[in-house]
Design a protein around this ligand. Sequence first.
Ligand SMILES: [Zn+2]
Length: 255
Amino acid sequence: MTANSPSTAAVFEADHGTARADLAAAFRWFARLNMHESVANHLSAAVSADGAKFLINPRGRHFARMSAGDLLLLDANDPSTPTREDAPDPTAWHLHARLHARLPLARCVMHLHPKYATALACLEDPTMYPIDMNTMRFFGRVALDSRFSGMALSDSEGDRMADLMADGKSVLLMANHGVLVVGATIAAVFDELYYFERAAETLLTCYAAGKPLRIVSGETAALVERQWRGYGQLAIDHFDNIKAILDVEEPDYRR
Ligand SMILES: [Zn+2]
């Protein structure tokens, strides 16, 4: 792998080394961004063609301490997983196993409760209005789960989320809860979640100003969303730079 290789190009490596290191880097950086919460929340990456085998964080480990070797390798089709000695957090299992099993194109699934995205999810109208380039990036990309009914402690909750994401949306804004992002690579999903939090921060800052929003037309918002899709290299460069910083400052994330 070179520094500029796509981050999931080697997901079929026997030891899933690249996927493990990339996912560990995402955990470490979300902790630096204060987008983590206690030792909760979960990030996963598929490592088989059908998506059923995936890596995910072990229960109870802080994002800032996550290393490549800590990640659990699970099989979405193995019903014994919740009872094994090192079982993952139950909500992590029910959400991620069903999403990976049902959406094989969703190679990476990241779920957080970051401050601004979660605040947006708690508004009666959680629409990401297109008011700047970051908010416009998400025009038409966001599915809303408006039926919060407690923690996701059953497969039916994971299946419900998969149904909501089945039409190719990248972001699931979970009302009264948080946000979940799916995509083709760890770098792409990391970048999408990073930008969603930035966009939510801008929108909520405008709300806090108490002035009317300057919302652009749907035509302009759709154009900018398409233009963002032409910037796929940005996510790769963003993530490669994060790994380069971690390689100097906390290289044990690869351990
Ligand atoms: Zn959650």
